[in-house]
Design a protein around this ligand. Structure first.
Ligand code: GUN
Ligand code: FE
Length: 442
């Protein structure tokens, strides 16, 4: 397949590349074999050959090709309650609403119904790769994996571990560390088997919910398991005042240091939120090459602070984007990248007019739509060690084709089009989505 159209692809947090009327050549393995620029000498040859073989797809002039988005933090079972009870503090929201909902995934039929809906919803929003928290239920987690396989989404899936009787309800916890570790081990084997038999892009993830919900034995055991099997890890780190205080009170350490002590901060770790990370914690993240999943919408509700994206990038910490469904209410990474820009502006300028202007805000930290786009694409891919998130030869053909509705009313220079796409795209504007060269939407 050869797609002829204009494209945007990330370069760095401050730069994207725009190519007008390029030819994106996708091979039979679902990889981008080559991107032919309009100035390349064989452009017409490639175009004509593709046309003759009936492999050419010419996009209308108001459509653009972008890399598929990578959502680094989704609680799959929470999709049915997206937008509910977000006025409660995190611990109340977890105990009163979230744990009882997640407990319902003991019913695999219910799980399949929810996950079928969710995977489709993410794909139609342009999310081609997602890193999921599942529940305690191995069968439900495999049902999520089957939905990813059937619908063609790249999935990183975590068998949840939580066994601390002090911080989890009796109705929703593993009864021992041994149970938590053995279920995780069984899940890894079964998911890898499913990946092999279906050919789907599925990866198991070591998933301690967060420090408060796990016992020391489970944190230590999961760190060892990840290390021995070279597996990705996901958890929450320094999400809220409450979480940070728990680590200080229980371990007399920073939350990040507790995770590190158990080998849970690695180059394959993705830690959600990080709103409370201080400069020392950021240095630790940089040393460990651990990625932060920035969840800007969720942080408005539960974070007690804005995650300082720019400061993290200055510390050489890798950052991607997460929806945190349902701490965040939307499956759209567009909505999240918009909020990332908005929150960064409030971090810089401050929010309280009762504070004197000179003392208000941080004075720096504002990010652009270009940075937010980088987080949703290249930053996320880096965190998962994947060749996706960029339109580039040798990378997976994970892409979205998006309509610019306002192009007839405003200038069409690359920067204007880019910002319009970042701010105006909803599922209605996402015409087509490809994962690994397979059309999954449109
Ligand atoms: N911390 C522990 N569990 C959760 C969760 O489900 N959502 C959020 N936002 N934070 C958590
Ligand atoms: Fe979360």
């Amino acid at each position: 397949l050869v797609i002829q159209g204009s494209l945007f692809t990330p370069v760095s947090p401050t730069e994207f590349t725009f190519l007008r009327q390029a030819l994106v050549c996708i091979d039979s393995t679902g990889t981008i074999a080559r991107i032919v620029r309009a100035t390349d000498t064989d452009y017409s040859d490639v175009q004509q050959t593709a046309q003759r073989l009936d492999h050419l797809w010419q996009l209308p002039h108001n459509q653009y090709i972008l890399p598929g988005f990578i959502d680094l933090h989704v609680h799959a079972p929470q999709w049915p309650q997206a937008g509910l009870a977000l006025d409660r503090p995190l611990d109340q929201w977890l105990n009163t609403y979230t744990f009882p909902l997640e407990a319902k995934f003991a019913d695999t039929t219910y799980a399949t119904k929810v996950y079928h809906h969710l995977v489709h919803e993410l794909l139609r929003n342009g999310t081609t790769t997602a890193m999921y928290f599942g529940t305690l239920h191995l069968d439900a987690n495999l049902a999520l994996a089957r939905q990813c396989a059937q619908q063609g989404q790249r999935g990183f899936i975590g068998q949840l571990a939580m066994d601390n009787p002090d911080q989890t309800p009796a109705t929703y916890r593993q009864t021992s560390s041994q149970e938590a570790l053995q279920t995780t081990e069984r899940f890894i084997v079964q998911l890898q088997c499913l990946a092999k038999t279906t050919g789907a892009a599925l990866t198991p993830v070591i998933t301690p919910r967060f420090v408060p919900s796990c016992t020391v034995e489970t944190l230590r055991g999961l760190g060892g398991l990840a290390h021995r099997n070279d597996l990705p890890i996901q958890s929450h780190c320094s999400e809220s005042n409450w979480e940070e205080q728990y680590a200080e009170l229980t371990y007399h350490q920073r939350d990040a240091a507790v995770l590190d002590q158990f080998q849970l901060l690695t180059p394959r770790s993705v830690m959600a939120h990080g709103t409370q990370l201080n400069a020392d914690d950021l240095t630790l993240f940089a040393d460990r090459q651990t990625t932060v999943a920035h969840c800007p919408i969720s942080n408005c509700y539960f974070g007690n602070a804005v995650f300082p994206v720019q400061q993290a990038l200055n510390h050489q910490v890798n950052v991607g984007l997460g929806s945190d469904l349902s701490g965040g209410f939307t499956p759209s990474l567009y909505r999240n990248l918009q909020q990332a820009v908005m929150s960064s502006q409030q971090l810089q300028d401050g929010v309280d007019a009762q504070v004197a202007p000179a003392q208000r805000g941080r004075g720096t930290g504002r990010i652009s739509a270009t940075t937010a786009f980088y987080l949703a694409t290249k930053g996320g891919a880096k965190g998962l060690n994947l060749q996706t998130g960029q339109l580039r030869a040798g990378f997976a053909a994970d892409l979205q084709i998006v309509t610019d509705r306002l192009g007839t009313l405003m200038p069409n220079d690359a920067h204007s089009v880019f910002e319009r796409l970042m701010y105006q795209t909803t599922p209605a504007e996402i015409a087509t989505v490809f994962v690994r060269g397979r059309q999954v939407i449109g």
